[in-house]
Design a protein around this ligand. Structure first.
Ligand SMILES: [Fe+2]
Ligand SMILES: [Fe+2]
Length: 492
């Protein structure tokens, strides 16, 4: 597979244009009005969602925000931009257009028509996959709840809120599937998606990275770069699912996700640009006194977010992942472009693991290593952003570079769990690790230093000291556009 195919943007939804009816209480393109029972059930869930949004959504009070709203699911002209009060955002249910000819592309059902209903034997597994995906969406909104208080600009504030409302919509996307296809159990799971909360000791979110607090904007940018990108790859596998409504749901979600990763890529880039400019101007790596985040701190934030995001792919070897593939529930990234038999019974691959204090390689059945296959695609994609950020350093005439740490660094899941691996891939003993970990992961001091720079800048067109302005605004608007109207008098 060419690098292009592997690391390109999120795949575009295909198919004809289908307009979404905004006169409905729940905007949708799934003919909700034609299924009164389902409509009533979702209308019963809607006020609970809105309660959750008010309690755990963005904390900064605003009058309105310049947001995009999906208006169609086709290739072009799918979104509309306008100033809207956030709690009046039209969260809805949008699936990519159905292809009546679609067949299953892989596994033992390869070539059979895609499923329009959930087969009884896969009901539990499919519901679990949907719940785990659905759980991450509101979790990230909760994690980012207080970031508005320290936004480096109105432009960035708007991007944060755009990401938040769309993660809210992705929750809707998963809740629709639970309500429409999984009966009473599905409705109960939909309730639980609002009851679990990020970082809650009694009922935390399902996956570890979604219980870490997003403490500041550098972490937010790293999160949207590394963790939303994990989301992109997970959605990419579900987009291949034999269960057609899930595939079509994820296809459309991917379209929205592209912007989230844009926020991450450009956010880190602008941070690096600012740091590079200060380093050059003052001839020092200690940029803090000049209001910029030191490159070493940026590297430590990168190390942290990359390693916790790598854990989201699960164990390298997984019987579940193989079974999901064989039974058609989850495909590989870009399944249809892979040049093999799409069944994989005979295939093998190499896998690294730790033994006797060193990293070794062994050959394993491909079907057992599909989490690793997906993670490799992800890592290749992650490397692209790092290249872009390094270009900013090079353009500033600096020698320093950012790097992705070794895949085994700081891992809690899979073959590296329980071992200590340095960012350059040496297996270390406990003592050496403990002595050096502060060089590699952000400590309290780093977080405090970054937090001290996180002063809000709410004047249109102005930016906090630690970040460069973007080259262009959103939807062809100028950078100094009034993207957000804050609620408080006297403020923008
Ligand atoms: Fe999402
Ligand atoms: Fe996202």
């Amino acid at each position: 597979m060419s690098t292009d195919a592997r690391t390109g943007p999120a795949p575009n939804p295909t198919g004809p244009l289908s307009t979404i009816d905004y006169d409905e209480r729940i905007p949708n393109n799934v003919d909700l009005a034609g299924d009164r029972r389902l409509q009533r059930a979702l209308e019963g869930w809607q006020p609970k969602f809105l309660d959750w949004w008010r309690q755990l959504g963005p904390a900064l009070p605003t009058k309105d925000v310049y947001l995009r709203t999906a208006i169609a699911v086709g290739r072009d002209g799918w979104a509309h931009f306008a100033h809207v009060p956030m709690e009046e955002y039209r969260w809805g249910i949008f699936l990519a257009e159905r292809d009546p000819e679609r067949t299953v592309a892989f596994g033992k059902h390869k070539g059979e028509p895609a499923w329009q209903e959930v087969p009884g034997e896969h009901r539990a597994d499919l519901m679990r996959l949907i719940v785990v995906q659905g759980d991450t969406e509101p979790a990230s909104v909760e994690q980012q709840r207080i970031l508005g208080d320290t936004a480096p600009s109105i432009y960035d504030l708007r991007n944060l809120f755009q990401v938040n409302v769309e993660e809210g919509r992705h929750l809707w996307a998963m809740v629709y599937l639970l309500h429409a296809y999984f009966g009473r159990e599905g409705r109960e799971e939909a309730e639980q998606l609002l009851r679990r909360n990020s970082g809650d000791l009694d009922s935390p979110r399902i996956l570890g990275a979604f219980n870490e607090a997003t403490t500041d904007w550098l972490q937010f940018f790293m999160f949207t770069y590394f963790t939303d990108r994990d989301g992109k790859y997970q959605l990419g596998t579900l987009k291949e699912s034999a269960f057609d409504p899930l595939a079509r749901t994820c296809e459309f979600m991917l379209k929205e996700e592209a912007h989230h990763m844009f926020v991450g890529t450009t956010g880190v880039q602008r941070t690096v640009e600012r740091t590079a400019a200060v380093m050059r101007e003052h001839g020092t790596a200690d940029t803090l006194p000049h209001g910029a985040i030191p490159l070493a701190v940026i590297q430590r934030y990168l190390n942290f977010q990359f390693s916790v995001s790598m854990d989201l792919f699960g164990s390298e070897q997984s019987t579940n992942a193989g079974n999901y593939f064989t039974s058609g529930l989850k495909g590989r990234w870009m399944e249809r472009r892979r040049k093999d038999d799409h069944v994989l019974l005979e295939e093998t691959r190499e896998m690294r693991y730790v033994e006797d204090g060193e990293i070794r390689t062994r050959t394993v059945p491909m079907l057992s290593a599909l989490n690793l296959d997906l993670r490799d695609e992800y890592v290749a994609d992650c490397a692209n952003g790092v290249k872009r950020w390094n270009q900013a350093l090079e353009d500033a005439g600096l020698e320093e570079r950012l790097v992705l740490p070794h895949e085994g660094f700081n891992r809690k899941v899979g073959v590296y769990a329980g071992h200590h691996v340095s960012p350059t891939g040496e297996v270390l003993d406990e003592e050496t690790w403990a002595a050096r970990v502060d060089e590699w992961l952000p400590g309290a001091e780093d977080r405090a230093a970054v937090a001290a720079l996180m002063v809000p800048e709410y004047e249109y067109g102005k930016f906090a000291s630690w970040i460069a302005p973007p080259k262009t605004g959103i939807n062809d608007q100028p950078v100094e556009f009034d993207y957000v109207h804050l609620a408080e008098e006297g403020l923008a």
